[in-house]
Ligand binder design. Structure first.
Ligand code: 0X9
Ligand code: ZN
Ligand code: ZN
Length: 426
């Protein structure tokens, strides 16, 4: 009897310990920050890891910050003392996480009854593990002789980093590079990237040019260890999972601060426990090395490097490492971001703001800047997908399909532009 009680106590303990709870965690949203309040909050962000900035503080913008119940009063006081207005955006993060799990479960029950048999488990009614994303790539490759899976290496913990290559257009045709999931907690990113590639491949007949004239390379899960850790253990994990040598045992590097173009110059913290720790040097992370080596092997150089993130509904164009740092072809890059955002809006009325990355906040060492500045891609974008903070990273699964639909519309504009400019040059 005694041992039974002991056993059940510890099993329960283990179940609870396996996933970090965000019980009582609140997300506050500030009013629009001015130069002073933005600077103040940046310093708070750099010096303390007790506040999780869901969006970075920047002048002219609001910022969302998650705090525990314990920290709540202190944070409110700090904001009030500094004359920063705020309101509660999400009352209880754990409740939101659990509500979302329930939504996905319910949708699954409804669907399962009549779902046709597919050769993969992925769908767009829920978020899925790294393995399921890879299985989807395998299935598309298996079903089409012009698609294949390329393994570009393993993550720190040994997960396969696989790229789906769609090469019907043949040698010499322009190449498009799609990167998703570099930030672990941004689950909508792999979901929408796979939605787009499914449309390209399984709905080929509706727009054959897209695949006949361009070669596509998709990495749906650019930070597999972080993503899986976010799914299994800590929903709000952002970074990789490599050891940092931190005396507090903090793990991981911000993979979108680890790239070697103006690495470390802005928007980083040298605190190894920080969510924006850029690593000890550029490309310290094996995952980023794998991606770099692979995209550098592509010939011709990809005409587009596109990164899927969330949230805030932005279509960001480079550069992001400093204010007023623009590529020579700024005009066509910016225009394409504007045109894509316009088309996106037409689908569900969702507003995406097409702005310069640094205008959001300067942050160096991101992959988009590297694709543009080092790799030499003609176009490079980061899209920050839904929403604007109502759910933040915990976007309900019933928003995956509408997100995919609107992004597809934006993408069609981009695709047509890529085809147009490359045919002009040929
Ligand atoms: O800060 C980032 O890495 C991206 N935002 S997120 O909220 N998903 O973390 C934006 C990156 C924009 N690009 C550059 N700053 N170069
Ligand atoms: Zn991100
Ligand atoms: Zn909702």
């Amino acid at each position: 009897m005694r041992s039974l009680v002991l056993l059940s106590c510890c099993l329960l303990g283990a179940a609870l310990a396996s996933s970090r709870s965000y019980d009582g965690y609140t997300v506050f949203r500030t009013g629009k920050l001015n130069a002073t309040s933005a600077k103040f909050l940046r310093e708070v962000q750099m010096s303390s890891n007790l506040i999780d900035f869901w969006t970075e503080p920047a002048p002219g913008r609001r910022t969302d910050m998650m705090v525990s119940e314990k920290m709540s009063e202190e944070t409110k006081k700090m904001l009030a003392d500094n004359h920063i207005h705020f309101h509660t955006m999400i009352q209880d993060v754990q409740k939101l996480i659990e509500e979302n799990d329930a939504i996905a479960k319910k949708m699954k029950k409804m669907k399962n009854k009549m779902a046709p048999k597919k050769d993969y488990d992925l769908d767009w009614d829920d978020y899925y593990d790294h393995d399921v994303l890879n299985q989807f790539l395998d299935a598309l490759a298996g079903a089409n002789d012009w698609a294949e899976v390329i393994n570009i290496g393993q993550s720190y913990e040994g997960r396969d980093m696989n790229v789906l290559a769609i090469t019907k257009a043949g040698p010499g045709a322009p190449k498009v590079w799609l990167e998703a999931g570099i930030h672990a907690r941004e689950w909508i990113a792999p979901a929408v990237a796979t939605f787009i590639v499914r449309e390209l491949v399984e709905n080929y007949a509706a727009h054959p040019d897209y695949v006949d004239k361009l070669n596509w390379y998709l990495l749906p899960s650019a930070n597999p260890d972080g993503y899986q850790y976010s799914r299994d253990s800590d929903r709000m994990w952002r970074k990789t999972r490599s050891p940092t040598g931190s005396i507090f045992g903090c793990k991981g590097v911000d993979p979108n601060r680890n790239w070697g173009y103006h690495w470390g110059e802005s928007g980083v913290s040298n605190d190894k426990c920080s969510d924006i720790y850029p690593g000890p040097e550029a490309f310290s992370e094996i995952e980023m090395q794998n991606i770099k080596n692979f995209v550098e092997s592509l010939e011709p150089v990809p005409i587009l490097g596109h990164c899927f993130h969330s949230y805030s509904q932005l279509w960001l164009w480079p550069y992001g490492y400093a204010y007023n740092a623009y590529p020579p072809n700024r005009e066509e890059v910016e225009q394409l971001a504007i045109d894509a955002s316009d088309a996106l809006y037409q689908v569900h009325g969702t507003v995406f703001d097409p702005i310069n990355s640094a205008e959001l906040y300067p942050a160096a060492g991101a992959s988009d800047d590297w694709y543009k500045g080092s790799l030499g891609s003609r176009f490079a974008f980061t899209t920050e997908l839904r929403d604007t903070g109502r759910h933040g990273f915990v976007l309900p699964a019933d928003q995956i399909i509408p997100s995919g639909e609107e992004m597809w519309a934006g993408f069609e504009v981009v695709i047509n532009k890529l085809i147009e400019v490359s045919e002009k040059e040929a």
